[in-house]
Design a protein around this ligand. Sequence first.
Ligand code: SF4
Ligand code: SF4
Length: 440
Amino acid sequence: MSSGPVNQTRRQSAFDAADPPEEKKYLECIHCGLCLPSCPTYLEMGNEMDSPRGRIYLIRMADEGKIGITDSFVKHMDACLLCRACETACPSGVQFGSLMEKARGQVERKYKRRLSQKLLRRFILSVFPYPDRVRAMLKLGRSSQRLGLRRLVIHGGLSKSLQIMEELLPPPDEVPADIPLPRVTPAEGTPKFRVGLLTGCVQQVLYPQVNAATVRVLARNGCVVVIPREQGCCGSLQAHEGGLEPAKAFARKTIDAFEQAKVDYVIANAAGCGSMMKGYADLLKEDPLYAHKAETFGQRVRDALQFLHQIGANGRYGPLPLKVTYHDACHLVHGQQIRNEPRALLRSIPGLQLIELKESDFCCGSAGIYNLLEPEYGVRFLERKVDNIVATGAEIVTTANPGCELQIAMGLRKRNITMKVLHPIELLDMAYQAGIAPRS
Ligand code: SF4
Ligand code: SF4
């Protein structure tokens, strides 16, 4: 190993040696600025340091030891949505998501946050990756809604985050009771594939009907659907917030669970989880036991809509005469480059009218837990999204990520707009049900 200038730079760096943002990745930025018009935070805040180019510059300056991990550095890293719209726009192929996750990992280790912020992050990250705790929080949230408990928390910043947390919760009549799903669901007709379904932490508690619809639609398309009981969180929230070590532990557990299930494909119906699992190879590349496993695992991961489009979903749909608009979840369109497949599937439903949404791939402000950590900005992005949704005149808005569903539904509720928010797979499932001839 050379002891030349690279080691010299590392000694001076503001970053430590545990997963620093990689020099070769930030040097791929040629400062062209083509990403700027796609960056929601740059467009809203109008500040170069809140653009992808600005943030890459800050990361480089910190790595070269020219700046430290200061309040200002952290402010610009925190303000990023990690929506990865800049990756779609970038002609140089800069892997911005990886750079930002690693920069945030350094921040979490080396920067002293205010106690209230530290507690809020710790609380959120110790609840959301665990479905039982999400269930308990749902109950607590309902009591808080009834009793106004959040008003007991007098700290201004925390109060706003807790207010959003309460407001995000769907009304009780919109959350179905738990829908138990069998470990193995047989294929309808001749089995063609054996697939494993990641049920997701938030998805299985707040949107169990989405998982149930996914199982039915996959089975209808010749899949034996396995739900490994040993699966846990995919690790995406931890990774987004710089918790790379817990994210690695979740990733290893997920890989093991689906390996044991011996499936051909691993299916995700939450964009954030699919994007995370496809990226396990980068996360675990230094792990001698899991680097290879992570690579082969990632190649088997498919988003549910991507998979159905790829295998040519059977078109025995009945008519759904509905006006629908589609919001591109960031981690589907930018994280996985899946833009046309959901639209093609929706358009194949007879009677369904798909109305294009202006700025459909502009973040809704949910962005993992951004809406809770940066509530003022989260609301600004949401208002812009809801304005565009309302302008379509659609009766249903559909999107393939539970965080976006929660966020958009909250925005619509606050304006008393009775528009339904559904996952596209629910519409496919409804179309299949409509295609079943009633028995005489
Ligand atoms: S990830 Fe999104 S918010 Fe962050 S710099 Fe890129 S485009 Fe901007
Ligand atoms: S588009 Fe890519 S290369 Fe150009 S400034 Fe943005 S990140 Fe850098």
